[in-house]
Design a protein around this ligand. Structure first.
Ligand SMILES: [Zn+2]
Length: 156
C-alpha cells in the first residue's frame, strides 16, 4: 500500500520527462505550490530537500509558484531537471551544480560546500548565473534557497 502511493522514481532511468510533465500538469498536482509538491513522495520519488532547491533553481521557478502559474517552457525545464539532477547527484557524489563549473570552482580553491550546489546552502553568495545574492527562505516547513533574480515570479 505504501509503494502504491509513491510517484515515479526520479532515479529510474525509464521515467521520462514527458511523464513528469504530464504528472505535474495533472489535476491532483497542478494547483499545489512547487515547494510542497516536491516534498511529497506521492508526486515524485527520490527528491530530498536539497534537490527541491536545486531543481527549482535550474528550472527558474520560484518555490511559491504552482504548475498552473508556469509557462510551458518552465514546466519543460522542470520536468527535465527533476530527472537529470537526482541522477547526476547519485552518480557524481552529490554534486548538483554544473559538473564543469564545479570542477573549475574546485580547482580555484572553493570548498566542497561552496561548489557542490547551484543554490542550496549558498545564502549570501552570488548566483552562478546572474550574480544576484542567493537568499534563504522557509517554505513548506523546510529551508529553501533561491536566486531572487533568476526565480522572480514576474518572469512567468
Ligand atoms: Zn541568478
Amino acid at each position: 500500500p505504501y509503494i502504491a502511493k509513491l510517484g515515479p522514481d526520479t532515479l529510474d532511468e525509464t521515467t521520462t520527462a514527458a511523464e513528469v510533465e504530464a504528472r505535474t500538469l495533472s489535476a491532483p498536482f497542478r494547483r499545489r505550490q512547487f515547494a510542497t509538491l516536491l516534498l511529497d513522495q506521492g508526486f515524485l520519488g527520490g527528491i530530498g530537500n536539497y534537490l527541491r532547491t536545486e531543481i527549482l533553481y535550474v528550472a527558474c521557478i520560484h518555490p511559491g509558484q504552482r504548475p498552473t502559474d508556469c509557462t510551458p517552457e518552465q514546466i519543460a525545464a522542470f520536468a527535465e531537471a527533476a530527472l537529470v539532477l537526482p541522477q547526476q547527484s547519485y552518480r557524481h557524489n552529490g554534486i548538483t551544480n554544473d559538473l564543469a563549473l564545479a570542477a573549475h570552482l574546485k580547482q580555484t580553491g572553493y570548498r566542497r560546500r561552496d561548489y557542490r550546489h547551484w543554490a542550496f546552502g549558498r545564502q549570501g553568495q552570488p548566483c552562478h548565473r546572474c550574480g544576484e545574492t542567493i537568499t534563504k527562505i522557509m517554505i513548506g516547513g523546510r529551508r529553501c534557497y533561491i536566486c531572487p533574480q533568476c526565480q522572480s515570479v514576474s518572469r512567468s
